[in-house]
Design a protein. Structure first.
Length: 117
């Protein structure tokens, strides 16, 4: 586990209130399980709305709504090929963040299991 405090102060001290609002909005986008599933699927490669709807067991309208939110926050990009639009991750930093959180949660769950065994 990394220590987020260092001799130069806490990283959050460097951000203005406006910047912290933007950071909170970013995390709010990631707080939806449907959007996390979409991001996970897009990590494997670009997909269109229909493909995502099928893999998420959801409607195209619902997936489109989530894609719009992800796109507005710069987490995904849209590329048109013929009559279809394909979506892809903007970069791997979001996936790296999600992976870090998932690993942390897995460690906590395993520690809780060990405590009761």
């Amino acid at each position: 586990m990394h220590d987020i405090n260092n001799q130069h102060g806490h990283i959050m001290d460097k951000f203005s209130p406006k910047a912290l609002e933007q950071i909170a909005a970013y995390f709010k986008v990631l707080a939806d399980p449907n959007r996390l599933q979409i991001l996970s699927l897009l990590r494997e490669g670009e997909l269109n709305v229909g493909e995502l709807a099928e893999r998420c067991n959801s409607t195209s309208a619902n997936i489109s709504r989530h894609l719009s939110i992800l796109s507005q926050h710069g987490l995904i990009t849209r590329k048109t090929q013929g009559t279809r639009a394909y979506y892809q991750l903007t970069d791997n930093s979001t996936y790296a963040l999600c992976k870090l959180v998932c690993e942390n949660i897995t460690q906590k769950i395993n520690a809780q299991k060990d405590a009761f065994n």
